[in-house]
Structure formats: C-alpha cells, structure tokens
Design a protein. Structure first.
Length: 283
C-alpha cells in the first residue's frame, strides 16, 4: 500500500531514507533546515514543505532523522503531532529516547524510535538493519513501509530498548576493531604482509571465535561461569604473554591493557578457575 510519508532531516542518512521510500512509490514530503539539500529529492518527485509544521501536517507517518534528540524536539516543537506516528531515526542514548517518547506522547503523537545499523549507501539494500522500540501499533501498521528502508526488527515497547541494543551492537563492533588495530600494528611493525594476514588468517579466525559468544551469553544469564575450555588463569597468562611480546616488538598494547586489567582483577579475587564470561561480573 502506498503511503503519504514526511521525512524531516535530509542529511546523508535522511536523504537516503527519503530516496528509498520514493523508490518504492510512496508519496514523500520533505523538510530540511537548510532547504538547498532538498533540491535533488524534489527533482526526483518529493514535495518540499516550507516548515516542520507543514511537513508534519502533510502525512500521518512522520520520519525524523536529525543530528540529535535536542534538534528533534526543537524542530517538532509546536507542530501538529496529535494523531501522528512519529518514527524517530535519530541516534540517541536510552534516556534521551525515553524523554523524546514522553515529549511526543504529551503532544498526542505515537512514538516509535529506531537505531540504524547501516551507513547511507546500505539503505534500501540487503544487509541494512533498523532496531525499533516504542509503539507496537505504529510498528505493525507501518512494518511494510519500514522494511523498504532496511530490515526492521521490533525490540520492545520500552523506547529505551532499541538505543540500548544499538549501543551494545556498536560496543561489540568497537571491541573487534580494537583487536584488529592491535593485530594490524603488530603485523605491520614486523614487516609481514598485512592484507594477506587479514584475509587468510584473522577474519576467518574471528568468525570461528564468534561462535563461542552464544555459550558465554548462556553462562552470563545463568551466573554459572565454570569452563572446560579456557579458564581465566590461562587467559591471564596469555594476555601477559601478549603484552610482553608487544613491548618487545616496540608496539603499544594500549587497547589490550583494559581487558588485561579486568582479568587481573578477577583472578586476584581467587576466581581464576572461571571462564571469560565471569568478567561480566566485574563490569
Ligand atoms: P548529517 O550531518 O549529514 O545531517 C544532519 C541533519 O540534521 C541535517 O539534516 C541537519 O540540517 C540537521 N540538523 C542538525 N542540527 C539541527 C537543528 N538544530 N535543527 C534542525 N535540523 C538540524 O548526519 P546524518 O544524516 O549522517 O545523521 C543523521 C542521524 O542519523 C544521526 O542521528 C546519526 O547518528 C544517524 N545515523 C547516521 C549514520 C551514518 O552513517 N551517516 C549511521 C547510523 C545512524 P542542515 O542540513 O540544515 O545542517
């Protein structure tokens, strides 16, 4: 079913979202603080609203993708939100999402927040994911529209859940990037072929190791941190060995040291028999 949709915010991400909706045939009204950014979309068939008021008034579904939550409430302040489905795809912290959801509800709108797990060129393509939380009725009513932009995943009615899971996903990503950067620094400093190392050794190894995470998650949920695979004492010795090796190779192990500190802390409590999942108790 083709819908009337307003998109507020035509930065790199907002423009990509609007374009994907237009490509699916929806009637898209756009607004941006700097109107010139709307010109390419208008040339492709979007309707330009002169104000946030006009944009919100044009469609029952209002998609907002701005810099931050402060710019969202600033932009929507005084607009006719009553009866509108407000889908906020602006990145924010869980507490900000809760505040914005309440702010929208106070003005009669129905709030669904989303965390975009993609960069703009991925929008509308397989592999893009958006985590949603907030109004289940809005999600159910517009699920097909949302799936045009990216695979949608509803994570709960608490508006905090999507931004929290978004942050958790990014945390996993940054941890992997930290390991990659340290490994790359070590291999480069030794003058070994880095690209070959990454494609034939590191990436397949990381994929294989990632399979352990579901088991660790089970341990963490149950609070049972026993292991028959690799205990903390062995990992403490392993990290010690890594750090010494880095220093001997004149490479800084700075991104590894925080992990080593937490392992040292846990083993110092006499819990070296536990598996790596026990470290969560220290966090
Ligand atoms: P851009 O910097 O390209 O665009 C920012 C947008 O916010 C512009 O439309 C800008 O308007 C608008 N804006 C900024 N401040 C205000 C304000 N005070 N009032 C009204 N409008 C304002 O950023 P992106 O499009 O890349 O990002 C938008 C959101 O999407 C962010 O929350 C970001 O975290 C999220 N996101 C982006 C990803 C990416 O890879 N780009 C990935 C995942 C999420 P103007 O044009 O007038 O400056």
């Amino acid at each position: 079913m083709l819908e009337n949709i307003s998109v507020l915010g035509l930065g790199l991400m907002g423009a990509a979202l609007a374009r994907s909706l237009m490509a699916a045939g929806h009637h898209v009204t756009v607004w941006n603080r700097t109107p010139a950014k709307a010109e390419p979309l208008v040339a492709e068939g979007a309707v330009l609203a002169d104000s946030p008021d006009e944009a919100v008034g044009a469609s029952p579904l209002v998609i907002v993708c701005l810099l931050d939550h402060a710019s969202v409430t600033e932009t929507l302040d005084g607009t006719p939100l009553a009866g509108r489905a407000v889908v906020n795809l602006t990145t924010g912290r869980p507490v900000e999402a809760r505040r914005t959801a309440e702010w929208v509800a106070e003005r009669g709108g129905d709030y669904l927040g989303g965390g975009i797990m993609a960069v703009p060129p991925m929008i509308g393509q397989p592999g893009a994911l958006i985590l949603y939380s907030g109004s289940r009725p809005v999600y159910d009513r517009y699920e097909q529209v949302l799936s045009v932009m990216a695979e949608p995943r509803f994570t709960g009615t608490d508006p905090e859940s999507a931004p929290l899971l978004d942050i958790a996903m990014l945390t996993g990503m940054y941890g992997q990037i930290a390991g990659f950067l340290e490994a790359a620094a070590l291999v480069k400093a030794a003058g070994l072929p880095l690209r070959d190392f990454v494609t034939t050794l590191l990436t397949p190894w990381l994929h294989a190791m990632a399979a352990q995470q579901a088991g660790w998650a089970g341990n963490i949920e149950s609070g049972e941190h026993g292991t028959e695979v690799s205990n903390l004492e062995i990992n403490r010795a392993g990290l010690e060995n890594l750090v010494r090796a880095f220093r001997e190779q004149n490479v800084k192990p700075d991104l590894l040291l925080p992990l080593k500190a937490v392992i040292d802390q846990r083993t110092a409590r006499g819990l070296g028999h536990e598996g790596l999942s026990g470290l969560v108790e220290e966090l």
